[in-house]
Each structure stands twice: as structure tokens, then as C-alpha cells.
Design a protein around this ligand. Structure first.
Ligand code: G6P
Length: 478
């Protein structure tokens, strides 16, 4: 039985099924993986979903990695829960992405999918309940598993349960768009936890604003901060005892040493040399994102175009390196968005490009080596999401950039709370302001840039994943 359990949709390992029937295990990276590695592995268990055929086959063969339990959830239920609810509804609510005249529409199809989301959350709660030792600490991750804390508490009241949201949390009027019963079910799911973690105080406050209701299902009301400065929500379901959930902000940072090591491997050096050739000694504006609709890549490109119009002195003196990793390509909205990014970049290249200058170099490959090489080369980093839980790219680029980079940063990114002072802050909807910020960033003296970058790198690495994870574990056990 495990004493520390982590639950997340995507696990730390995935399997690829070879044509000869072999299974190849690929280990992933990320904050949670390094966070959990700081706890003795004997007592830990990671519960995640089997995502593809390879994962499902590994479950069937019972050949999984030790310390990881993959759940083979019915593929249709999974697709409804992951694509239909987590990525199409909860992601849109938390990032305020709806095109309101048309969406959202909460009809019978939505309710059918919500039922699958519930089933998928139940599968996690059941597995955690079966694997956890008496009094174990369970750390549930993200919007995919928002119902798990409540479901798990019913099964195992002895457990200490935390939930961490890696995205923003929807503002109260936005969450109110959900049908009342669904909204309350979501909130009761979250309030099943002892501890709720968010990247910033702003997202924690948004949750507190939503967890303030008195309805037929029960009452919830945020109280004033306790002695530890953390806020609490006191709640009572129609039948059941009064309980309290603590709400905390745990901003995730980067492991500077590890990142620098990765960025200086030989393959990155080689990629850097090739990029330098393409850039041809010009200045660089670098951005790296998954093509998620919240990343605001289109307005970023528009701002770059406006820079070239309003400040033509930059023509032929700058190159915009944009990496847009494919993300969630099963969803039409994501595919259309990725296509629009490439199209707009092509337009800019056609409008301003010359025989030996291509203004935008876009890569839509999942190519971490190229991204690290671009980080090293960055004179300016552009991070302009419309709303973002944290945004680790904003923290990674200053740590890796060689000559120091000026950071143009959206005030709506969680990272802004820590990096705002040394960044050039922009309203992500204001394309002209972003264009001006790019101009200021490109014009900044090298001393000022280097000074700011040093401070940005210190802030970015002050709460590395291990610390972030242990702080939450301590708070939960506290
Ligand atoms: C982003 C978000 C995380 C989320 C992840 C899921 O990175 O910041 O909050 O868990 O996406 O991505 P996936 O590829 O598994 O849908």
C-alpha cells in the first residue's frame, strides 16, 4: 500500500507498441516527475490513464513500470471525458476562451459527456481508494480530475487529499455559465480536498469567489485567512458534517541546473549553430508554446507585423522564431488554430520577406532541442497568453538565454506575479502595445537586458519542482 499517491490524467511514462508486438517505454519530464522523485519511491504510487494503444496493451500484459498504475478506461468514455469535457469545456472556462455569441451550448450531448467525465473520475477515485495505505497523502492533479477529491473522500474518509490546479481558475461569472447542478458537482468535487493548490493568489481568489454559495445541495463560504495566511472555505453538504478546505498558492518554478545541463548538450549546440546560420546575425524574438488557444500566438504574430510597419528600421534586422508544438489535434478548434498560425506567418513572410531575409521562422514540430537552442539565442522572449496558469516558458528562457533576453510578458500569465517587475508587461489583447513592447525590448541596452535577465532567472528558479511538491506534501500532512 502506498503512503504518497499522485493522480493525473497523463502519467510519467507512455508505451509505444512496435510492429513486432514489442512495447517501448518512454519516460516523460515535467515538474511532477521531478517533484515526486524527491520522495522515497518505495511508498509512492502514480495513478494515471492509459492514453494510447501502447499504454492499453501494457495494462493488459501487466508489464507496467513499478510505482505507476495505469487505468484502462473505456476509450469512448475516455474521449468524452478528456476531449469532450476537460479540453473543450473546463479548459475553455478556466481560460475564458468562449466565443460567447456561439458557445458554450449545454445540451443533451454535453450532459452525456459529463456523465462520462464522472465515470472517468470515479475510476481514479476507486483505484486510489484501493491502493492507499491508512491515512495516506493523495495529491490529485488538474481539471481532468476535479471530481476525484469528493468521490475519494466518500470512499476513504481517512485519507489526506490535496488537489492542484495547473491552469487558471474561471472567474465566478464565467463558471456560472455551467448548468447549476454541474457547477455545484464540480465545486463539491474540489471541496472534497483538505488542501486546494493554485499557481497564484489570483487563481486561488477566483476559486474562493466561486465557492461562496447556499443552495439546496449545501453551503460553502470562504473565511478570513488563518494564522498561516492561507484562506479557508467552510462547507456543509445537505447531509453531512461541516468541513474546511484550505486554499493555497504554490507557484511552480524551474530547476535551473537541470535546465542549463539540458540546454548545453551537444545536440543542442548543433541545432544552435544551424539556427544561427538561418538567423544570419540578426536580432531574435523567440516564442515557444503548445498550440493551445490560450497562448495567443495569432495576436503575437500580428504584433510582430505591426512592429515591422511602425518601426521599419527593424526590417531585415530581426527574425521571429516561433515554435508551436502540436497539442490536442483530435479537436477541430485546435487543428484550425494551428493552421491559422502557419497561415499568418506565411502572410507576414510574403509581405515583408526578401531574397535573403525570412521574417518569421515557424516550427510546428514537437522539437525540444530546437526550443532550447532558440532559448539560448533569444534577444527577446515573447510570452503573451490571454490567460495562463503559470507559463514555464517565461521562466525557462531567462535561465538559458546566453546574452540575456528582454521578456515581453502578458499580465494575464501566472508567471507575471513573480516576473512582472523585470519584464515588459503587456495587455495580451492590445496588439499595438505588444508591438511597442517588442520595439522597446529590441532597443534595450545590453547591460540593462543582462541585469534584468539575472533577476528574472533568480525569481524563476526560486521554487523548483522538488520544493513545490514537498511544500504541498508538508502542508497536507501538517
Ligand atoms: C497544459 C496545462 C496543464 C495540463 C496539460 C495537459 O500543460 O498547463 O494544466 O495538465 O496542459 O496537457 P495534455 O497534453 O495532457 O492535454
Amino acid at each position: 500500500m502506498a503512503t504518497v499517491l499522485v493522480a493525473s490524467n497523463r502519467g510519467p511514462v507512455s508505451y509505444v507498441l512496435g510492429e513486432d508486438g514489442s512495447l517501448d517505454a518512454r519516460r516523460g519530464g515535467g515538474g511532477l516527475v521531478s517533484g515526486l522523485s524527491s520522495v522515497s519511491s518505495q511508498d509512492t504510487l502514480w495513478v494515471c490513464a492509459a492514453l494510447g494503444e501502447g499504454d492499453r496493451e501494457a495494462v493488459r500484459r501487466g508489464t507496467g513500470e513499478p510505482g505507476v498504475r495505469m487505468l484502462d478506461i473505456d476509450p469512448e468514455v475516455y474521449a468524452d471525458a478528456y476531449d469532450g469535457i476537460a479540453n473543450s469545456v473546463l479548459w475553455f472556462l478556466h481560460h475564458h476562451l468562449y466565443d460567447i455569441p456561439r458557445e458554450p451550448v449545454f445540451d443533451a450531448e454535453f450532459r452525456r459527456r459529463w456523465d462520462s467525465y464522472r465515470t472517468y473520475n470515479r475510476a481514479f477515485a476507486g483505484a486510489l481508494a484501493a491502493e492507499a495505505a491508512e491515512g495516506a497523502a493523495v495529491l490529485v492533479q488538474d481539471y481532468h480530475l476535479a471530481l476525484v477529491p469528493g468521490l475519494l473522500r466518500e470512499l476513504r474518509p481517512d485519507l489526506r487529499i490535496a488537489h492542484f490546479t495547473h491552469t487558471p481558475w474561471a472567474s465566478p461569472p464565467y463558471l456560472r455559465m455551467l448548468p447549476d447542478g454541474v457547477r455545484e458537482e464540480l465545486l463539491w468535487g474540489m471541496l472534497g480536498a483538505d488542501e486546494l493548490g493554485f499557481h497564484t493568489r489570483e487563481w486561488a481568489s477566483a476559486f474562493l469567489g466561486c465557492a461562496d454559495f447556499a443552495t439546496a445541495s449545501g453551503t460553502a463560504s470562504p473565511g478570513s485567512p488563518g494564522g498561516d495566511g492561507r484562506r479557508r472555505v467552510t462547507h456543509r453538504r445537505r447531509t453531512g458534517p461541516e468541513r474546511t478546505t484550505r486554499i493555497g498558492a504554490y507557484p511552480l518554478g524551474v530547476d535551473g541546473e537541470e535546465l542549463r545541463r539540458l540546454a548545453h548538450r551537444r545536440e543542442v549546440d548543433e541545432r544552435l549553430a544551424r539556427l544561427q546560420e538561418e538567423v544570419g546575425g540578426r536580432r531574435t524574438i523567440v516564442r515557444v508554446d503548445r498550440t493551445e488557444l490560450s497562448k495567443n500566438i495569432l495576436r503575437g504574430l500580428r504584433a510582430y507585423r505591426e512592429l515591422l510597419v511602425v518601426h521599419p528600421e527593424w526590417r531585415d534586422r530581426v527574425v521571429h522564431l516561433a515554435s508551436a508544438y502540436p497539442s490536442r489535434q483530435d479537436l477541430d478548434a485546435y487543428r484550425t488554430y494551428t493552421a491559422a498560425v502557419t497561415e499568418l506567418a506565411d502572410e507576414i513572410n510574403a509581405e515583408f520577406g526578401t531574397a535573403d531575409w525570412q521574417p518569421v521562422l515557424v516550427s510546428v514540430e514537437d522539437d525540444f532541442t530546437r526550443s532550447l537552442a532558440a532559448y539560448r539565442l533569444a534577444d527577446v522572449a515573447l510570452v503573451n497568453p490571454v490567460r495562463d496558469g503559470m507559463n514555464l516558458v517565461a521562466k525557462e528562457i531567462p535561465v538559458v538565454s546566453e546574452l540575456g533576453c528582454a521578456l515581453v510578458l502578458s499580465r494575464e500569465a501566472g508567471a507575471h506575479a513573480e516576473l512582472g517587475e523585470d519584464a515588459l508587461t503587456v495587455n495580451p489583447f492590445d496588439v499595438s502595445e505588444t508591438a511597442e513592447a517588442l520595439h522597446t525590448a529590441l532597443s534595450m541596452s545590453s547591460t540593462e537586458r543582462a541585469d534584468r535577465t539575472k533577476r528574472l532567472a533568480v525569481a524563476a528558479t526560486s521554487l523548483p519542482p522538488q520544493r513545490w511538491f514537498l511544500d504541498q506534501l508538508e502542508a497536507l500532512r501538517g
